[in-house]
Design a protein around this ligand. Structure first.
Ligand code: PA5
Length: 433
């Protein structure tokens, strides 16, 4: 399977903002972090299932995922993926990145249960009513409120549309293999079930059935996705000088110089949800105990016309990490116009991607001159392989970075606070006091 890969991380700009001495200190910490991570004796080490998953994944379940994806493609115009947080962001990121902007070939994948918007659910019900559709409910705990509410409504429509036996070809549950309400529903009704590994938090689960079933159902190559992850796993394993280490070292070094907001930027709009996935990964892994780098995101050049002013001249606590896609999916040349009323002939015959890349270089220089350090991540192209590599790079780097910061990058105790208040206010049994 030939895959184009020329992954690299460019730190030239960031280097100017931290001294060699400072970098050395963080390198030592990162080496300790890598050791703890790989010998599984650091904080949260019972949640390291993701680390060697690109090799150790359940091969039998992997084949079932492919089969279920074919069933969905055969029976359905639409797949509704119900899940929130780590239970949907990876799949959404990959599908958006890989899909064409306009045509919608194959199964349409719609996400639900990631908000409690009454308008969204009402409109979704109406949209689905006259369509053949399937549902993949994804919840590790099997009890999360947002997806549970959405599933009630979707199940109700499915039951009205299909006979009991037919239903089994339309309902797929991805959850814990031992516990939770979703698992009980599956067992009681004989729906096909897939596993969210117990030793894997949601934000680290994109390579499990959580990400793979929706991605395969949309028709994308999950073998290639896992191959990218596997190659990244091998490149970073036991390697004190890997790109994953460098990214973790520079993030922490920049934080020590009060750069406490990181903006993930890309010049390709289809990567917007890669940024959303990344925000959860780093925000939930590092934002605890009063620590962390606040993860933000921009799509350029779009947001240069809204956030550009702040990045250039606002508070000087920002650094930027740019995902540079070397080869676009398509490119086209700017045509010559003999009247030249719009004054664009100076770039006639140049390609749009050349102009986009020039905008990237011009922005980097302007932001550097304005005091914004930059880390640049270069990927060859947007395909399954490169995405798999990129996702794994971020996961490994995030784990190292969290350890360097001195937190447990695998728990999320703060997520419970709003739930407890909401359950009290809604009168959920057990939350009266
Ligand atoms: O990363 C996480 O742990 C969270 O974002 C969860 O994925 C999210 O809260 C959904 O939880 P569950 O999969 O249990 O429904």
């Amino acid at each position: 399977m030939g895959c184009m890969m020329s992954f690299s991380v460019d730190l030239e700009s960031a280097k100017r903002f931290v001294s060699e001495e400072e970098l050395k200190q963080f390198k030592v910490k990162a080496e300790e972090a890598l050791k703890s991570l790989e010998s599984k004796n650091g904080l949260g080490s019972d949640f390291l299932g993701w680390h060697d998953y690109p090799l150790s994944y359940d091969k039998e379940e992997f084949e079932r995922i492919k089969k279920a994806a074919l069933t969905i493609q055969r029976t359905s115009e639409v797949l509704v993926v119900i899940g929130i947080g780590g239970s949907y962001l990876g799949a959404k990121a990959a599908i958006d990145a890989l899909s064409p902007y306009f045509e919608n070939d194959g199964v349409e994948v719609i996400f639900a249960g990631n908000s409690i918007s009454s308008s969204y659910l009402t409109q979704l019900k109406d949209y689905l009513w006259d369509k053949d559709f399937s549902v993949n409910v994804i919840s590790k705990s099997g009890t999360t409120t947002e997806p549970a509410i959405a599933f009630r409504f979707i199940l109700d429509i499915l039951k009205k549309k299909y006979m009991k036996e037919e239903l089994k070809e339309h309902i797929f549950l991805t959850t814990d293999k031992e516990k939770g309400a979703l698992r009980e529903i599956g067992l009681k009704n004989g729906y096909e079930m897939f596993t969210v590994p117990q030793d894997m938090g949601g934000r680290y689960s994109v390579f499990s059935a959580v990400g793979l079933l929706p991605i395969a159902s949309k028709g994308y190559d999950i073998d290639k996705l896992l191959l990218g992850a596997k190659d990244a796993y091998k490149a970073f394993l036991g390697n004190n000088n890997s790109y994953a280490m460098e990214y973790a070292i520079y993030r922490n070094a920049l934080l020590s110089k009060n750069f406490d907001i990181e903006i993930l930027e890309s010049y390709e709009p289809c990567l917007q949800f890669v940024s959303e996935w990344w925000k959860q990964l780093f925000g939930e892994s590092e934002g605890k105990e009063g620590k962390g780098i606040y993860p933000a995101s921009c799509i350029f050049t779009t947001d240069l016309h809204s956030m550009g002013q702040y990045v250039q001249e606002g508070r000087r606590n920002l650094f930027e990490t740019v995902i540079n896609v070397k080869v676009p999916k398509q490119d086209l040349d700017i045509p010559f116009d003999k009247d030249n009323t719009d004054g664009l002939n100076y770039i006639a015959s140049k390609s749009i991607d050349y102009v986009n890349k020039t905008a990237m270089e011009a922005t980097s220089k302007a932001h550097f001159d304005g005091g914004v350090p930059q880390i640049r991540i270069n990927i060859e192209e947007i395909d399954e392989y490169n995405l798999g590599y990129l996702f794994y790079f971020f996961m490994k780097s995030c784990a190292i970075s969290g350890y360097v910061l001195g937190v447990n990058p695998f728990n999320q105790p703060g997520v419970e606070a709003y739930k407890v208040n909401m359950f009290k206010m809604l009168g959920k049994p057990g939350y009266e006091k």
